[in-house]
Each structure stands twice: as C-alpha cells, then as structure tokens.
Design a protein around this ligand. Sequence first.
Ligand SMILES: Cc1ncc(C[n+]2csc(CCOP(=O)(O)OP(=O)(O)O)c2C)c(N)n1
Ligand SMILES: [Mg+2]
Length: 1002
Amino acid sequence: MTQNILVPDIGDFKDVEIIEILIKPGDIISKNDPIITIESDKSSVEIPSPLDGEIKDIKVNIGEKVSKGSILATIQNSQVVSQKEEFKKETTEDKPTQNKNLDLDKSVDKVKNVFAEASSKEDIDPLETNEWIDSLNSVIKGEGASRASYLLNKVINQAYKSGLVLPDTRTTPYINTIPPEAEVKSPGDQNIEKRIRAYIRWNAAAMVVKANKKSSELGGHIGTFASAATLYDVGMNHFWRAKNNKFGGDLIYFQGHSAPGVYARSFLEGRINEKQLNGFRQEVEKGGLSSYPHPWLMPNYWQFPTVSMGLGPIMAIYQARFTKYLINRGLIKDEGRKIWVFLGDGEMDEPESLGAIGLAAREKLDNLIFVINCNLQRLDGPVRGNGKIIQELEGSFRGAGWNVIKVIWGSYWDQLLAKDQSGLLIKRMNECVDGEYQAFKAKGGAYVRERFFGKYPELKELVSSMTDKDVWKLNRGGHDPHKVYAAYHAAMNNTGSPTVIIAKTVKGYGMGKSGESINTTHQQKKLDEEDLLYYRDRFNVPLTDKQVKNIEFYKPDENSEEIKYLKDKRLKLGGSIPERSSFAKSIKTPPQDIFENFMKSTGEKEMSTTMALVRMLTSLLRDKNVAPRLVPIIPDEARTFGMEGFFRKIGIYAHEGQKYEPEDSEQLSSYREDKSGQVLEEGINEAGAMSSWIAAGTSYTNHDIEMIPIYIFYSMFGFQRVGDLAWAAGDSQTRGFLIGATAGRTTLAGEGLQHQDGHSQLLASNIPNCVSYDPTFAYEMAVILREGIRRMHEKKEKIFYYITAMNENYSHPEKPKNADEGILKGMYLFEENNNKGKTRVQLLGSGTILREVIKAAKILSKEHGIDSDVWSVTSFNELRKNGMEIERWNLLNPEQKKKKSYVEECLEKRDGPVIAATDYMRSFSDQLRPYIHKPFYSFGTDGYGRSDTRKNLRKFFEVDKEHIVAYTLSALAKEQLVGSDKAEKAIKKYNIDKNKAFPTKL
Ligand SMILES: Cc1ncc(C[n+]2csc(CCOP(=O)(O)OP(=O)(O)O)c2C)c(N)n1
Ligand SMILES: [Mg+2]
C-alpha cells in the first residue's frame, strides 16, 4: 500500500524551509532513516521515515516551505508503528535492577555480637534498653541480617508515622563497617608482603631525600605515601588487573603526591631503573621522573593527572560513567572492570571532589571505588581538628547513596572491642575528635593510655595488662593489610552502587619524630642521618649504616622470595600498573564532499556558524565510520544551540532507558532518553561535562576505542569556568572538539556582562596542545572540522581543538579558491578591493567582526578611495605559534638565510599599514605584532560586556565598521598616507565621542 509521509509535529515552527532531500524515488529505506532536512531560523532537523518501504514519489523541492502535515513523499510500505507503541516497547524491556547488597545474610550471619551501647544518663531504664538490644541480637542470630534490617525499618517507619523525631542516622558508630567475623581473609603471604612494603617505603623516601640533597628546589613528599603504602600494596598484590590482550584493565587514579611510592614499586618490578629514581623531579634531561602523574611527560606510564586536588575524583566519576556508556552503547564488552580512585582527606574539601557523588550513585556506578586516605592531616594541619572527617565523609556519601566501608581500626583492636561489654570503648572512640587522634599518634603509647583509655576507669582497666608498646601497636585500619583486603574484597563484589572506602591512617607513618603525625609532616622532604637510620630500623630494611648514610636504594636479588612474589602477583593480575598504551584503530576521515554544501554561498539565506556546525554534525552522523564514534556533550543548552533534533535522532544516554512517556513524545525533537542513547546531556554542569569530554577523548587509551567527543557550551562558561580541567585534558592528551558557542563580546547582545566572552580564545591559547580557531563563515568551519577529525582521530596527533561558534545569523559566501591551506594555517586573503589604486591598507578580522571589517573595506574604497586587502584570520593563536617558532629559529641561526613566518609570507608584499579587529580583547590580535614588520593597530573588545543591541555594543567597544573606517584613516594619516583632516572628518561624521573613556574603565 502506498502512503504519504507527512511532516510530523515540529513544535511551534511553521513554514520551515527544506534544505536537503536525502532520498529519491526507488530508494528502499528503513524506518527512522532520514529523508528530508528542514531548517528554521534557529536549527535544522532531519525528518525520519515513519516506516520501512520503497520511496515512490517526492512531493517537495529544496527551498520549499513546509509545516506540520505537509506531504513530503509517498512510500510503499509494510507497517506503520506509532511512536506511542514504540515507547511502550522500549520501557517494558528495562526493569529496574535489584539491589543485591540487601542480601547481607551470608556475611553478617557470622557476626556474633551487636556491640552494646554505653549506658548514658538519658537512659531511664537500662534494663529495658538491654532487652531491645538482646531481641535484635537474637533476630540476627536466628533469622539473619535481612530480617533484622526489615524489622528495624518497619519500626522506624512506624516511629515516623507517630511523629517521632528520630536521631540522625547519616553516620554509623566510629568502628569498622565490616565486623571481624565477616572479613574475607587475604590469601597473601603477609611476611613477604610486609618486607616488600618496607622496601617500597624506603625507596620512596630515599628518592625524595636524594633529590633534595642535590637541590632543595626539587621538593617532594614522604609523609603521604608513608600513610598510604598498605592501601596501594594490597591493591597491587591482589586486586588491580592490568590491561592485556584478554582484558581491558582496571583504571587506577593514584593520589598525585604519592607518586614516589608508585615509582618505588615499579623499581622493584624492574620497570624503572636506579638512574631514573635518581632523576626524580629532574625531567629536563631525558629519563627523569615526573613530580606527579603527568601523562604528557611520561606517556607510557601515567594515565591520569590527579595532582590538582579535586580533579581526580570528578574525572574518575565521569570515567566510570563513560565506561558504562560505552558498554550500554555496545561499543565495548562488560568485563567487570573497576575504576579505583585514591584521594586525600584534605582533598575532599575541594568542591569538585564531592560535587559529582550524587551522579555516581544515581547512575549506579558499581564499577567505581573511591579510597579516601584519612590520615587526618592536610598541608597546614588537621583536616577536622574539632570533628571527625571520617564521620563527616560517611554522612555525605551515605546520604548520596554510596556503599560506605569504613576501615578505622586495625586487627589489634578487635579483641579489645570484643572484650568491651560496657560499650564505653565505642563511646570513647566516638567522642574523641581528630585533633586528639592526631596527637595520640604523635606522642606515643603512654600518652594514648593516659589520654584515650584514661578517661574512663573501665577502659584504663581494659588495657592494664598491656605495655605502652602494646598500646602504641594498636594500629589503624588503613595500615592493616587484613582489614584493607577485606574492604577491597567487599568493594569488588558490591553491585548497584559505587563504593567508598574510608580508611584511617597516620600521616608520615613510621617516620618517628621527623614527621609522624605532626603538623609539619606534609612538608618533610629532608631526613637527616638519624631519621634515616630510624626509618630503616622501623621497617627492618636490610641496609648497613653506611648504605643508609649514602641513601642507597634497596632492591633484593631478582631470585629473592620478595621479587619473585611481587612479579608473580602482577603476572597473575595480567601485567603492570600503571601503564599507558593504546591499541585503538584510527577513524577514517570523512570524504571531502561530506561538507560540500557548506562550500557554496548560502545566497540570501542567513544562518549562524553554530547552526552550520550542527548541520555538519548531522552530516557526520550519516558517515558510517564517524557516526557511532561521535559523542555530543551538552550542559543543558541543546535548544540554545539548535541541537534538540539530536534527542530523537540519536537519543540521550540514560542508563535505565526512559521510564516515562515524554510530554512532547509526538514531536520530532521529542526528549528521548535511551539506554543506548548517544548524546551526553549533562544538565547544568560544565565541570561534569568537561570530565565526560576528557573521558571520551582519552577513550583511545583507557578503552582502546577512538571516540570523537564534541562538547558544546557557552564559550564564557568554558575555559574560564573549568580551566584547570582543560589543562588536565591537555596533559591527558585528550582528543576531541571543544566548541565555545555564543562566542564573542558583542554577539550575545542582550545577555550582558557574565555571558559575553571576549577572551576564551586567549585562555585557549595558554594550553600548549590546544589548536584554536575563530571562524566566520560556514566553509571555514567545515574545513577546520574535517581537518580536526583527520589530525586527531585518523593521524592521532596529541592535540585538541577549540573552535568558537557564533549565534549571529548572516549569509555566507562561497569559499574562495585555494583557501583551504590558509584557513588551516590561520589566515587567507578573503578579498581585494582595488578601486583607485593609490593608498592601500591591510585589514584583518575574525569571527563576526570580520564582517564589520569587510563592510569597512567597502566604505574605505567607495567613500575614501582607499584600497585594501581583507584577510580572514581564522586563528591568531596558530599564527602566533608559527611566528614564535620561526623567530626563534632565525635568532638561533644568525648566519643562515632568514625564514619567514606565515604572517610575513602573507603580508610582506602587500602595501599599507595593518589594521586588525576582532570580537576579542586586543591582546588576541596583538599576538601578531612581532611578526608584522609594518605599522600595526589592533582593535578589540577590552572591558566588561553589557547588555544592548549588537550594533550599540560594537559601537561601544569601537569595533563597528564606522570605527574601523575612522581608525584606519587616522592610522593612514599617521603614516602620512592621507591627510589628517580626512580622519578628523570621519570621526565627526560617525559621531565618535573622543571624550568617552576607554571601555575597560566603564
Ligand atoms: C588544587 C590544589 N590546591 C593545592 C594543592 C597543594 N597541595 C598538595 S598536597 C596538599 C595537601 C593534601 O592533603 P590531603 O589531601 O589530606 O593528602 P595527604 O597528603 O594528607 O594524603 C596540598 C594543599 C594542590 N595540589 N592542588
Ligand atoms: Mg590527609
């Protein structure tokens, strides 16, 4: 049966132009294949075929206007499926997953005891209290933990119904989450592991001390790794699986300043040699080691730059989410890989650290494990002297929906806790604040006996048979490999939520008076002989006094038990960690003609470069190589940029699919969420979106699949907002596009000061491997975009692209002949104005202001008899880079024939002074000054933006055509190429107020 294909509901739009017809009679098409592209003044969108079949007739032509219900074509079909039915089909498939964690019976059944609470003054009937506790104990014993939890929840719900004010349950008592009876035991040989750990500790400290012997400028940290050694070792020996040809590998985000410990282990593994250790923090000569994890500097080793505190956690959360995205889109296998993230307790104060934990829980990222090393100290002093950081973090993470595992006390405490029938021990543990806990570890066993246990006679009695040394030995959980193993094991097996392990440790563990648990620990990088001898003895490192004094590294023989053990463990876990590699295949660059349409003039038709870009993306989605790899990332601005058509077309990623029928389900750009959706709609969250972009742009190494992330944002909320993440992206060798949309100080007219960006290009220029462009015309954008794909995703260059896109609609000319090379290098001759042929000027412009320059050139020519060459400068930043490099070469080769920068090549044979104008600060175009050996004037939008019309704003910032004309005449007068009266006249004619203050002062 032949049916009509109609224009579906396209929202508020009417009389929308057809810009592309993608089918012809006789084509056999499938349901949802795009058939026609329509474009309003804001966005373009493809109309999909509602059914499978053969196209019979096309009823419309390009340029024709259509509205809802217009007939587009006829099709001979099989079956029409209504959108509603489809929706139902999709949602019924996705049942919510069950939280398997509720099934605690197996482990908790073993718990013999529920710790008694200490009686307090408020307890008016302790006997009754005990009865309740006994009842609970007997349910746990007889019927298991699930039943006990069920009953308690019922009781609590009943209490809420009765209007009771219940106590705060964000936190649990200050004890380990996993009771000793439920701990899974480590299969490791603890004696060997202890020795290995001791050698790693020694070498980590030695490399810092040695570097600082050379020069105290080099710096480094000892105390951090000293506190975290066990946390890393247990992971390395038992949990972290490396990437190899059978498995994708776990991803480990190491805490930045614990790097010496990571190198020290690699040294024992034979991956790093002594010379390299001696080159710690000395990277200028080849072969040194980076201060911190920097993939840029150690590209085969480090994977994640973490040292800027707070970036590790947010990037890791989005890494875990992106891993699930790739799995749900069917691009990689689900191999149960985990993302482990090591963090300092001080670091958790960074807003970025906690800022995305809600997302991790909401998206059920059970592939994510945070380990927070709570050594209770940061750089200056205690993290929470007056409180308890562990409890605070527990509350935040539990509140957000994470699986929280506290590892507070080491095994030596187990017996004491078991013996304590009064509940006073937990009471004391709960009431002490971190400032006290820190002092306990700084001041020794006698002090702990007196200040901790001494508060209650019962507790003092509890430890009466222990020596001070024994009391001192009561260890913290994060230093106990058994406790750490049990926690890691539980984290590995948790499903349905992310896990955070909050481990209590001692900063500078083992450093003694030189730096154990004292406020200055963080800064300790020099140990004198006595300190070193103490450290050696503390961990039994088999070095002679002389070797210690020489600060020698210690590495046992290759055939030693320790080295064999350590290597065997890594072999069983699949290889080395950390290691950075990539086996991703290149993506073939789309053919030249994919952007053919954009090379032609748009005639009367006006559009913004943002619209043009979105159309290009739509074309890319038709390229079979590129389409599945595109990752459009948007922070709640799809409609601003005319991208809402993507929702229906490729879907919004949602790990649980869509559980509701969207309000606009009948519309062409309906808000369609899908488990295999392609768009990452991040909400109002630029830091998160940027983290997603980094995850996608490093997918080639972390997941061995090349992806093309395109993150589109208000340019003002780009580098300015998330500059440090952009820096980390460069370090990570992220490949992909950042699109600063609504760019320019005067194009986003009404939005005012906070929205109008006149500097993002300059911020982009700070990042060495960021290639940036400010195109004006659709064909420029097209050439740049295609080349970006070629350089990054086919040729795998270590660069990323920043392109500004505008929201001002205007018509676009045809691409001038042979412009491609210049577009990519940064400038090309757009047009020449040859009229009178006497006086000439070189006019440079970019972005929307190039159009003012073009208009100014016409005025200069027609009204003032000044000829000009108009240059479209697509990238002042790229030209600057080229200029610097050539200038340097020339200075270094004084006897050689001088090379010419590209700017020089373009301008040297052209007459007249050079005038540049952009929608950015003057420093943007000023970058070319050293390479232009002619009088040079730059005009820009220095100062705060403000609301007004584009015309008024350009006048205010003096970058409109009138100012360009007047200033050009004045510049020519200065060069004595025209009379100064001409310039004066123009200033009067255009009502330019000479007394107006410079815009930065307004
Ligand atoms: C954004 C940022 N600000 C400041 C620093 C400097 N810094 C490095 S380590 C550190 C203290 C870290 O304390 P914590 O997170 O508790 O780690 P610990 O060394 O105690 O394990 C500071 C302030 C940094 N690296 N990054
Ligand atoms: Mg700390």
